[in-house]
Design a protein around this ligand. Structure first.
Ligand code: SAH
Length: 345
């Protein structure tokens, strides 16, 4: 029943105006309702005090109003990172992570329930894909966390469970709603979308006219090794992947970030570093090294911090802009690759 109704929180202001005129309501009602949903972060129609009871009732009949149910919060004892488990209307659950940095608060959101990409070191993909999230369900992860923490979110990274470009239309709409001036108006430059490398969608994204950062999960510098870690590498080789990166950079002027999970003894040799330099240099990429986070089903281990530092220095000496990602929230399984469809107790 619920699902036959339209998802009001995924509508743009323009679409909502059309809806209002179809209901023979004044256009300014659209603006009011939109503001309640996307600025005041109302939790249901009942909170919209300047909307008459009759119209609120009509809306309830026509639309469903996405709101996430908080199921569980865990807080890291190490760095204050919080991981939230949210319940969706259909009974599925997703995880989101809130990280506090000196320069502002970041939220890492999930884009799908599960994932079908199959990267061997990642927990999010172990049970496969259930479905993509609606724009409203991605927005609500940001909105619910804003309500719960009482703090403004300044950065959003689409790096939780799921492959965002495998849910392309919904993710792009989510970004437009989140960054639009009638909503929370978060700067596009403060949004990062991370992909395992779906080449056609990367090219399509380059043409959207967005100023977001694209992060590519690279993890290996030869096709052979990449195929062992990431099944998607069987579909797209490094050559066409690098061409898609160049296209994105060219079209948007935004530098690509390469994410590279350092796995001890697997992809952290001097030859790997040399290969990474060779790929990153022509694109002027930023390289983000992630010491691999352990998941219990696999025995991948990070190297020592010293080994990571040696790897990083090699890149830096060659003029590559590189950072080692802090493992925020590792003690609550909130770090990269540790998010799941449900929490293991
Ligand atoms: N599907 C997208 C976004 C989700 S993962 C993507 O592939 O980019 C976010 C980042 O965490 C990716 O770079 C992913 O490869 C990395 N990651 C996954 N499992 C990890 C692990 N166990 N340790 C460190 N990084 C991991």
């Amino acid at each position: 029943m619920e699902n036959k109704k339209r998802d009001i929180k995924s509508l743009t202001l323009e679409e909502l105006k059309n809806e209002m005129s179809a209901m023979e309501e004044k256009p300014f009602r659209a603006k009011q309702i939109y503001e309640w949903m996307h600025v005041k972060l109302a939790e249901d129609f009942g909170q919209m005090t300047n909307i008459g009871k009759e119209l609120r009732e009509k809306c309830r009949e026509r639309y469903f109003y996405t709101c996430l149910k908080l199921v569980k919060v865990q807080e890291s004892a190490i760095d204050g990172t919080k991981k939230f488990l949210f319940g969706l209307a259909d009974g599925n659950t997703v995880e989101s992570v809130w990280m506090k940095y000196k320069h502002g608060n970041s939220v890492c959101i999930s884009s799908q329930v599960g994932c079908r990409m199959g990267c061997v070191f990642c927990a999010s993909t172990l049970d496969g894909l259930e479905r993509g999230l609606l724009p409203s369900e991605m927005l609500e992860q940001v909105y619910a966390i804003t309500r719960l923490t009482g703090e403004r979110v300044s950065n959003v990274v689409v790096m939780g469970t799921g492959e965002p470009l495998d849910n392309y239309e919904n993710v792009v709409k989510f970004i437009r709603l989140l960054t639009g001036e009638s909503g929370l108006h978060i700067s596009q430059r403060s949004i990062t979308v991370s992909t395992c490398g779906l080449v056609p969608q990367m090219r399509k994204l380059a043409d959207e006219g967005l100023q977001i950062t694209l992060a590519l999960s690279l993890h290996a510098v030869t096709d052979e090794k990449r195929r062992q870690l990431m099944p998607v590498a069987n579909r797209y080789g490094l050559d066409e992947l690098m061409e898609a990166c160049a296209y994105y950079f060219d079209k948007t002027g935004r530098r690509i970030t390469f994410e590279y999970s350092l796995v001890g003894g697997v992809n952290d040799s001097p030859e790997d570093a040399a290969g990474l330099i060779r790929l990153a240099k022509p694109l002027n990429c930023h390289v983000n090294l992630i010491p691999v986070n352990p998941i219990k089903e696999r025995d991948f281990r990070p190297g020592t911090p010293e080994e990571a530092a040696v790897f990083k220095n090699k890149l830096e000496k060659n003029g590559i802009n590189v950072t080692i990602r802090r493992e925020m929230g590792r003690d609550i399984d909130g770090a990269c690759g540790q998010l799941r469809r449900s929490m293991l107790s």
